[in-house]
Design a protein around this ligand. Structure first.
Ligand code: ADE
Length: 270
């Protein structure tokens, strides 16, 4: 896969792209990343890439000419290659989107900066707009790196274990189960017995249940769309019943203590 990245700050990419798995992906030829400095496409003496907004207001806006010139120079726009603008206004980046992008042969990522990008960039060259979360970064560079990382590890051959992406959190719509490695006991905390049993079916069942438990505790909304078996559903009903029983016990304990103690032990004497 080839990814062209358009940025005013190509130096930001040096570290993350040249270490560990992203480096290996490039060395083995699975991934090629080409950085383009938007400033190289400015035509005035001062290499101006931004300007003040029409209509007033604070901040600076990235000018359309250098970005459009850069993209048109590098990307054949009639070939259906996704040209993605990174911005907090885009569709949310998820594992599903990562898989969708990993299936393409080529991508272009445009990193916005400052207050935003002149709207005509969207109208002329952008085909998709992606946000990596509901918060605002100083620019699209870190977002581009997040996308490159999540996509690269899905490319065939990049991870040592070819099944690894299928087992990840979010891949099957659930969070992953807990992991353990040696030693069997650390600071008094033992690895769950079942993982040492060598019994594959029991281990698989334990992992599935812990994955369901984690998702139920941390991201219950994922359960609404995750593919679940009858056995999964029965286990979730059991979790819900346990939680209900726990809550009722807690409420009873509070009412037994009476109204003065109900605020908890931290309450100062009156
Ligand atoms: N640029 C600034 N904030 C961003 C975000 N949340 N996602 C993608 N690009 C951004």
């Amino acid at each position: 896969m080839r990814i062209d990245i358009f940025t005013l700050f190509p130096g930001m990419f040096g570290g993350p792209l040249n270490e560990s798995i992203l480096r290996r992906a490039q060395e083995m030829g699975a991934l090629s990343i080409v950085l383009h400095n938007i400033r190289d496409y400015t035509t005035d003496r001062h290499h101006t890439a931004d300007d003040t907004p029409y209509g007033g207001g604070g901040g600076m806006i990235l000018k359309p000419e250098p970005i459009v010139a850069a993209v048109e120079d590098v990307i054949p726009l009639d070939k259906g290659i996704p040209v993605i603008l990174l911005s907090p206004q885009g569709r949310l980046f998820t594992q599903t989107v990562a898989r969708e992008l990993a299936a393409r042969e080529r991508l272009a990522l445009i990193c916005g900066h400052y207050e935003g990008v002149d709207e005509r960039v969207r109208q002329l060259v952008v085909t998709d707009e992606i946000s990596i979360g509901d918060y605002v970064l100083t620019g699209g560079e870190l977002a581009a790196m997040v996308i490159v990382d999540a996509v690269a590890r899905l490319l065939p051959g990049v991870l040592g274990d070819p099944d690894a992406p299928d087992k990840d959190s979010h891949s099957g719509g659930l969070l992953e189960h807990p992991h353990y490695t040696r030693p069997p006991v650390f600071r008094g905390l033992a690895v769950p017995e079942v993982l040492l049993s060598g019994h594959e079916a029991r281990i698989a069942r334990w992992r599935r249940r812990e994955s369901l438990r984690r998702t139920w505790e941390r991201r219950p909304e994922l359960l609404l769309t995750a593919p679940l078996t009858e056995e999964d559903r029965a286990f979730l009903v059991k979790l819900a019943e346990e939680e209900l029983a726990r809550r009722m016990r807690d409420e009873e304990a509070v009412s037994d203590r009476g109204p003065r103690d109900a605020a908890g032990p931290g309450r100062p004497p009156t």
